[in-house]
Design a protein around this ligand. Structure first.
Ligand code: GLA
Length: 389
């Protein structure tokens, strides 16, 4: 929504006066899937699909919240922040306020109107965008009140803590980090075990990154996600007996894995194999991007998808059909699911002049195969979190 309209909506809800705008990004992950919680490296980028929180301070201890896209509101008392874990809407924001208050921020009462253009359930991290935009708002108001302030990396960590400990979703750090720290035109190569990161200019020459939503609602996500995390923990504990120096699965080299993986069997072996090979693919993909080897980058996207499909088992019929349709298009050099999986979006690398035909053909084939209507988003790689001034 245009800021002018958002301001008008805000004022019609909460009265006329000054309105501030805090913006955080949805994200796409290029490669490095299901490795952030194993200490691996990931390569996400922030999008121009965003969450903007319009806000104004109040003089009491109340936070009032509403949204432009759904007809739900919530009201929080800053002194009772522990008690909003099961709201129909607003738990992410309550979690952020709770975690930040515990961390010593001066949480100020305020009115908020949330405008989120990251499609829900798309795998493009609408929840991270909401958390980070909210965290930026609270941190800014806290600092203006003489309290603690936070840099963007810290906003990401606080937002992840809120999602883990308050909302019960055991996610890694990738989404919140990309949402907070993204940079226009760049992907972020983030080492999830140290939080060291560097920007990598996203230049695919004659090829363009195309994001398509399978529109398959991904309802299994939370339960299966936590199950995969547990399986990785089991693999880590077993491998530690053989490789005492490792602290996370990403520490294990492929050579070490090949030598010691006899301690793993069945699904546990498959899950670990995915993580270890995906970590290798991230390194190869970064090298390919830096040296302009777009074809190799595309090949790595395909391999990542196959591993997520066969070894990690988080793709499903729809994402497999959508990426298969993409690969069969002459001009597409690679396609994979992005995000948690079981639905949501795919990313594909496609010859620039053929993108329109690609979208048309792939969506038609996908519809024939699954019955779902896919949607293509025209996105721009953008900055992470900032106040719009
Ligand atoms: C979700 C989680 C992330 C990450 C991805 C899979 O988006 O929120 O932390 O684990 O899945 O790569």
């Amino acid at each position: 929504m245009e800021l002018k309209e958002l301001k008008e909506r805000f004022e019609s809800l909460y009265g006329a006066g000054e309105v501030r705008f805090f913006s955080a990004a949805g994200r796409v992950n290029l490669i490095g899937e299901h490795v952030d919680y194993c200490g691996g490296k990931v390569l996400p980028a922030a999008l121009n699909l965003r969450c903007v929180v319009a806000a104004r301070k109040r003089k009491d201890n109340i936070v009032r919240m509403a949204a432009t896209t759904i007809d739900l509101t919530a009201e929080l008392d800053i002194n009772k922040l522990d008690s909003y874990r099961n709201l129909r809407w607003g738990s992410y924001q309550a979690g952020v306020a709770f975690v930040m208050k515990e961390a010593g921020f001066d949480i100020v009462g305020c009115d908020m109107l949330v405008d989120c253009t990251v499609p829900f359930g798309s795998g493009l991290s609408s929840s991270a965008a909401i958390e980070v935009a909210t965290a930026l708002c609270f941190a800014t108001f806290s600092a203006e009140n003489g309290g603690k302030s936070a840099g963007r990396e810290e906003l990401a960590v606080l937002s992840q803590m809120a999602e883990n400990s308050y909302c019960g979703v055991n996610c890694g750090i990738m989404d919140q980090f990309a949402s907070a720290c993204g940079k226009k035109g760049n992907a972020i190569l983030l080492d999830c075990s140290t939080l060291q990161y560097e920007y990598a200019p996203m230049d695919f020459g004659d090829y363009e990154l195309v994001i398509i939503n399978s529109n398959k609602p991904h309802s299994l996500v939370d339960s299966k996600y936590n199950e995969r995390r547990d399986e990785c923990e089991i693999a880590l504990e077993l491998l530690k007996k053989e490789l005492p120096h490792i602290t996370c699965l990403a520490d294990v080299t492929k050579a070490e894995f090949d030598e010691k993986s006899g301690v793993l069997s069945g699904k546990i072996y498959d899950r670990a194999l995915h993580v270890i090979t995906e970590c290798e693919r991230v390194n190869a993909a970064v090298k390919a991007m830096k040296s302009g080897d777009v074809k190799l980058f595309g090949k790595l996207l395909n391999e990542s998808h196959y591993s997520l499909r066969d070894k990690y088992e988080v793709t499903g019929r729809e994402l497999d059909a959508l990426t298969q349709a993409a690969r069969s298009f002459d001009g597409c050099i690679g396609s994979r699911m992005t995000g948690g999986g079981f639905g949501g979006c795919t990313v594909s690398l496609v010859k620039r002049e053929k993108v329109k035909d690609f979208v048309k053909q792939v969506c038609a084939e996908y519809k024939k195969a699954t019955g779902y209507d896919a949607i293509c988003y025209e996105t721009v790689i953008s900055d992470g979190a900032f106040e719009i001034i």
